[in-house]
Design a protein around this ligand. Structure first.
Ligand SMILES: *Cc1c(COP(=O)(O)O)cnc(C)c1O
Length: 395
């Protein structure tokens, strides 16, 4: 990709993907059809979760998980270092977020989360984010669940395919929900595999999956009935028109077109992951000993590397981040900031947030920059990014 503009992230669609979607277009199913359960089965295999519920976006997956697990007025710990959708889901369920500071790798600081849980026994849930593709420590999650009975919803939008070592030498997979009540995925084009827009809820709890399926489609039941008034005729035969709405739900379904693309993309997940990891390793190697730029954490072979984030000493470099981003862009290199501290967003301030002490997040926000990382990139592209970055920083 020698001369092409390098965005911070982008999809990789090949002719196989195009053919899969074209096949679907020629079939009789455009809305939810047979490809959606097929895609859900593929997601179960990819993550190890017992249930997968495909929905229209990662945000919808977060919303339905929050509705399935939280009650209005409850409090849920989450991180300021995420896309706003994570804490918005807590608000949309009528619950209240408690923002806890981050640790060095950009993930939530579980020591601080534990301290909050000890201080405030009314906190019901924890919504961690596997930031950048590195899993939230599963053994720590297990401990917090055992000690406080806290509900865990893991935002795995960055971590599809990630693994880490759990206690007893076990390998824990992101989204397997070994230590979470539910997890969510996003299939936005910058994520590991795409469906255009799309998401999924993963869980090992059948009741959560059932409720997510119900809320995904207007709260309508077509097979089991609470009332059943006219479900059957006098001869005991099912009335074909009959359905019941027993809850106030949404239209958050995924279409077969999206699932067709997702199925095709998911077959390439291992290749995409290998490429992301190789590029991240290259960046880490090229940045070793750099006086102004450092990777967020040492190379982690289990991380899924949705992002490659560096911290830059802008003060010492005498360069402002905005100017650097514009200059990089002029040289064909995209970059991004992940993330603006959620609790300081105007809407969150209007709810009384913003005053939380999050020194690690604040410092991180001043220094972070996400460099281009996507599977179609080559090692030379990463080298070019490092070279241009160094030259703009005067190194
Ligand atoms: C992308 C993302 C989401 C939202 O996913 P959409 O599919 O865009 O709705 C939620 N949380 C995190 C951490 C994300 O990166």
């Amino acid at each position: 990709m020698a001369d092409a503009f390098l965005p911070y992230g982008t999809q990789w669609i090949d002719e196989e993907d195009v053919a899969a979607v074209a096949d679907c277009l020629r079939s009789s199913h455009l809305t939810q059809g047979p490809r959606v359960p097929e895609f859900e089965a593929a997601l179960r295999r990819a993550t190890g979760a017992a249930h997968a519920v495909a929905v229209s976006s990662g945000t919808a997956a977060l919303h339905l998980s929050a509705l399935a697990l939280l009650s209005p007025g409850e409090r849920a710990i989450t991180t300021p270092n995420s896309f706003v959708a994570t804490s918005n889901a807590i608000l949309l369920a009528g619950a209240r977020p408690v923002f806890v500071d981050i640790q060095g790798d950009g993930g939530i600081d579980l020591d601080l989360a534990e301290w909050e849980l000890e201080r405030d026994p009314t906190i019901r849930a924890l919504f961690p984010v596997d930031f950048g593709g590195r899993m939230t420590d599963p053994d720590r999650l297990a401990r917090l669940r055992a000690k406080f009975g806290v509900i865990v919803v893991e935002d795995c939008a960055h971590s599809l395919g990630a693994t880490c070592a759990g206690s007893g030498g076990a390998t824990v997979r992101a989204g397997a929900c070994r230590d979470a009540d539910a997890a969510i995925l996003s299939f936005h084009p910058v994520k590991h595999v795409t469906t255009g827009e799309g998401g999924a809820i993963l869980t090992n709890d059948e009741a959560i999956a059932r409720r997510a399926r119900l809320l995904r489609s207007h709260g309508i039941e077509r097979s089991t009935f609470a009332d059943g008034g006219r479900a059957f005729d006098e001869a005991g035969e099912a009335n074909p028109w009959y359905y019941e709405m027993n809850e106030l739900g949404f239209h958050y379904r995924m279409s077969d077109l999206q699932a067709a693309l997702g199925l095709s993309q998911l077959r390439k997940l291992d290749r995409f992951l290998a490429k992301r990891r190789a590029l991240a390793a290259r960046y880490v190697e090229r940045l070793a000993g750099h006086p102004l730029v450092s990777p967020l954490h040492p190379f982690d072979p289990g991380a899924a590397y949705h992002l490659f984030v560096v911290r830059i000493d802008f003060a010492r470099a005498g360069v402002r981040r905005g100017a650097l981003m514009r200059e990089l862009s002029a040289r064909g290199i995209g970059s991004q900031v992940h993330y603006l501290p959620i609790h300081r967003q105007p809407y969150y301030r209007s709810l009384g947030h913003g005053g939380e002490a999050t020194p690690a997040m604040d410092r991180y926000y001043e220094e972070c920059l996400s460099l281009p990382l996507f599977p179609k990139m080559e090692a030379e592209d990463a080298d070019r990014v490092v070279a241009e970055l160094s030259s703009l920083l005067g190194e």
